[in-house]
Design a protein around this ligand. Structure first.
Ligand code: HEM
Length: 222
């Protein structure tokens, strides 16, 4: 009795080597992302408690401020996991901006048409996810602005308000504590909307859970 060929095939089915072409979210990015997401949710909730202390009292003002500060410093430290990973790995290509404006707008337009029309007709996304080019043009521009501009401004304004005495000079330079606070609150409002839209868009893969799984396992589903 020979099990040779079919036996080998069967074995391959069981111990299929992972396909590197589908490995799109490396471990540091996954750890950073879920810690960051959890941190943002806590920051948003404690931020609401701090801002509207007169409206409700789920946490005392003091506990809300303390939690907000500790979680904020954890989120800031965690940001450097993301930044360090991309700066020191060849995966930085996923964040390279498309400098050819014609090409960028052409691809972005196709993506918008897909999200507003094609997706409802069961069409495939015009962007093919690849380890070194995983973002579609809309994701690419959004994540660049969020991670390199909005998030750092939120950290800096937050740190200034954490110790207003120590940061007296830069606060005065930026127009006083009211201006710094206004920027922090406006970005807070942005992040409430961003997190909701981003989580919704995360459910728009070929199945509702596909992108979430990718962010846990690292691999895109076949
Ligand atoms: C709480 C809810 C959140 C959920 C459910 C969620 C879900 C996801 C999913 C499924 C992906 C992979 C698909 C994709 O790349 O678009 C992703 C990526 C990403 N998310 Fe989130 N996310 C959440 C919060 C956040 C927050 C608060 C930020 C704020 C900075 C954020 C920033 C990012 C970035 C920058 C990427 C791309 C990661 C990279 O490869 O560099 N996410 N998210």
């Amino acid at each position: 009795m020979s099990t040779g060929h079919s036996g080998q095939k069967e074995l391959e089915g069981w111990i299929k080597p992972p396909n590197p072409e589908l490995y799109i979210n490396p471990l540091p990015v996954r750890i950073w992302h879920w810690l960051n997401a959890l941190g943002f949710v806590v920051l948003i909730l404690t931020g609401i408690q701090i801002r509207y202390a007169n409206l409700f009292n789920v946490l005392s003002f003091e506990t809300a401020v303390k939690t907000h500060n500790w979680v904020a410093f954890t989120v800031i430290a965690n940001y450097f996991v993301w930044l360090g990973f991309y700066l020191f790995s060849d995966k930085i290509t996923v964040y390279h901006p498309e400098l050819n404006m014609r090409k960028f707008f052409d691809k972005a337009f196709k993506q918008i048409i897909y999200y507003s029309y094609g997706i409802f007709r069961g069409e495939k996304s015009p962007h093919k996810v690849q380890p070194y080019d995983k973002f579609n043009p809309m994701q690419s521009i959004t994540y660049q602005i969020v991670m390199l501009l909005v998030v750092p401004i939120q950290f800096i304004t937050g740190i200034m308000m954490w110790d207003i005495k120590r940061f007296e000079a830069p606060i005065a330079f930026l127009g006083g504590i009211r201006s710094v606070d206004t920027v922090h609150v406006l970005i807070f409002i942005f992040f409430v909307s961003f997190t909701m839209i981003h989580a919704y868009m995360g459910a728009l893969g070929h199945t509702p859970s596909a992108h979430f799984k990718e962010m846990f396992t690292g691999y895109e589903e076949e």
